[in-house]
Design a protein around this ligand. Structure first.
Ligand code: NAD
Ligand code: ZN
Length: 343
């Protein structure tokens, strides 16, 4: 692969692991910076925001839209933000996605950084430079690829993160283990949800390993022409289930990963024993592995998935635990397998 594929189009972000939030005042000029966060984080960690100019947006995926971006832009104008202003998104994936996007379009682009506060944002959403918003039912329909200047990890934010959000994020952590890291898979099997939930040090170490996995994948493939596709493991069927069954993202991905393992057995010689291991691990971290889904409806949504190309669908399968690949599966074959999966 050519060298240029190994660097981001923008300068790669500096990453500060296990760093106190107070470091932010060394990274940016306080007088000429604006923080963006959501109402939950602002309410629960208000002390961190005192003395900073802060824009507080509504919390939740339903507010990850253009209207929220317009409100941010109006507030930036009121605050006299100019080309020198630095923007910092402090929050979960909704805040980091909106912040990266709003910062990239305001005055044709301001510099920005992230302080991810949910585990999902720490291991997934804040890494890779994809920023954007939803348009109606279409997720991440509008956006840009633009790298933040830095990522600051202060694990003390996790003290107020609701338990269900911890569980949700383990779906992506298990996904990383399945596609890239057999050792991490074994480690997760050996430990438990409580082991990580009860210790910021334990979860911090796990987060750091996961950042490296995602970072390496996107570094090799910023614009998703190859390896980055592997991060969609469990997501093709998972997204369809999320839509039909209105399940939380992590739960839908848990079920989607099990389905993808069964498909890997049929297509790729992945072993049934390994499917059972993946299933057990997902359950161990309190995520569902099956659900009474409306298969017809789920299949219809799946067919409209943007990863469909002609008569085949690009599908992420496992070769073994820790190794994934993209396979083109003829749609009739995929349909047959999908309908044969016992939920
Ligand atoms: N850009 C990408 O590459 C990428 C990758 C994966 C996901 N995403 C996006 O990320 C979003 C999901 O991220 P998320 O799960 O973090 O959702 P989120 O931002 O909605 O956060 C989940 C909930 O936790 C709350 N919260 C976050 N941190 C908290 C804290 N420290 N204390 C108390 N409450 C806290 C939030 O207010 C929210 O209610 C989706 O919009 C998804 O599309 C983007
Ligand atoms: Zn996901």
């Amino acid at each position: 692969m050519a060298d240029k594929n190994y660097v981001f189009s923008e300068k790669a972000p500096s990453i500060f692991f296990d760093t106190n939030f107070s470091k932010l005042s060394e990274l940016v000029d306080k007088e000429n910076s604006v923080l963006i966060t959501d109402e939950n984080i602002f309410a629960k960690q208000s002390e961190k925001f005192s003395s900073w100019k802060t824009i507080v947006i509504k919390a939740g995926e339903q507010y990850k839209n253009q209207q929220a971006v317009d409100e941010i832009i109006n507030r930036l104008i009121e605050l006299n933000a100019d080309r020198q202003t630095f923007i910092v998104g402090i929050g979960g994936g909704v805040v980091t996605d909106i912040t990266g996007y709003a910062s990239s379009i305001y005055m044709r682009g301001l510099k920005f950084g992230f302080v991810p506060t949910s585990i999902l944002a720490m291991v997934d959403a804040s890494i890779g430079g994809k920023n954007g918003v939803d348009v109606g039912v279409y997720k991440n329909m509008v956006g840009v690829i633009n790298q933040p200047q830095f990522l600051l990890y202060d694990y003390s934010f996790l003290k107020t993160l609701p338990r269900e959000e911890w569980i949700n994020a383990f779906a992506e952590i298990i996904k990383h283990a399945c596609i890239k890291d057999k050792n991490m898979f074994d480690f997760l099997q050996e430990k438990s949800f409580e082991y990580f939930h009860s210790s910021l040090e334990n979860i911090g170490n796990l987060i750091q390993q996961n950042v490296k996995i995602k970072y390496n994948v996107v570094l090799n493939d910023e614009r998703e022409t190859g390896e980055r596709k592997l991060l969609n493991f469990g997501h093709t069927i998972g997204h369809a289930i999320e839509n039909t069954a209105k399940l939380p993202h992590g739960s839908a991905i848990g079920i989607g990963m099990v389905a993808a393992c069964v498909i890997s057995e049929k297509i790729n010689g992945f072993s049934k024993t390994d499917t059972d291991k993946v299933k057990q691990l997902i359950s161990k971290y309190h995520l569902p592995v099956s659900f009474n889904i409306d298969k017809e409806k789920t299949w219809d949504i799946l067919l409209h998935d943007k990863k469909k190309s002609g008569k085949d669908m690009n599908f992420i399968v496992l070769e073994g635990i820790g190794k994934a690949s993209v396979k083109k599966i003829p749609i009739p074959e995929l349909k047959e397998i999908f309908f044969s999966i016992n939920s």
